[in-house]
Design a protein around this ligand. Structure first.
Ligand code: ATP
Length: 234
């Protein structure tokens, strides 16, 4: 089967005056559709840069990134907007919820962008927040707020979920619940999920682990037996 993503010598350099910062250097890999991929690496190693290029938030300076065989670099502005809207969902460490909207309304914001969203009540049920639908973000714990952010991205029903440190601000018990939900979306709905983390323990639940160092992919390993999110511990 053709990969959902193919990167060939993908690089993103930032020019800072006379200094060139090589944020992403020569990344080359294939990701089959339906994988749960963990991106590991120290601070500054290029993890977010890679995720942003995959999600069409940033453009590579050289090399190619193909999504279902189509080169993102050749997308028009309109095609990129549609790609970001319909095909990918982003989840960040600091939830980015709108404080004046209820949980239900925050999730509805994601769903309203696309033609074929998932029913909001169903998504809230799945993240275990059906009872909190009419509460505001400030009335929720960090883990609950993160689950609202995931529900908002999932309600768009995208092919790909791109998660940048989704458990970075959470303790073990709550973090595991969030990971469990991401794993369910991957296993039950066949979505391709990328999770950036500093936490090596989370790599155990991945189908594939990309390890980054100084902008390069220093290891690309397949995990024959990913564990359940419930077994992850740190
Ligand atoms: N907009 C930018 N302008 C200049 N340099 C940047 C920019 N964004 C990232 N960089 C640099 O590129 C490198 C990779 O950054 P990136 O955020 O991708 O790393 P990361 O692995 O996600 O780090 P962290 O784990 O701390 O979030 C770093 O040296 C960073 O300073």
């Amino acid at each position: 089967m053709a990969p959902i993503f193919r990167a060939t010598q993908l690089s993103r350099l930032y020019q800072m005056g006379e200094v060139t910062v090589p944020a992403l250097v020569d990344a080359t890999f294939d990701i089959p559709s339906g994988e749960l991929v963990v991106i590991l690496g120290p601070s500054g190693s290029g993890k977010s840069t890679l995720l942003n290029v995959l999600g069409g938030l940033d453009q590579a300076t050289s090399g190619h990134c193909y999504y279902r065989g189509k080169d993102l670099a050749l997308f028009s502005e309109k095609e990129l907007t549609l790609y970001r809207r319909d095909s990918v969902g982003f989840i960040f460490q600091f939830y980015n919820l709108l404080p004046a909207l209820t949980v239900w309304e925050n999730v509805e914001m994601g769903a309203s962008l696309v033609k074929e969203p998932l029913p909001i009540d169903e998504v809230l049920e799945r993240v275990g927040l059906a009872e909190r639908a009419h509460h505001f973000p400030a009335q929720l714990s960090g883990g609950e707020q993160q689950r609202v952010a995931i529900a908002r991205a999932a309600a768009k029903n995208p092919d790909v979920l791109l998660c940048d440190e989704p458990t970075g601000a959470l303790d073990l018990v709550i973090g595991r619940k969030v990971l469990d939900f991401l794993q369910k979306i991957n296993q039950e709905q066949g979505k391709t999920v990328f999770i950036i983390t500093h936490n090596g323990a989370i790599a155990k639940m991945a189908h594939r682990v990309l390890v980054m160092g100084s902008g390069r992919i220093v290891e690309n390993r397949v995990n024959a037996q990913p564990c359940a999110a419930e077994e992850v511990t740190w």
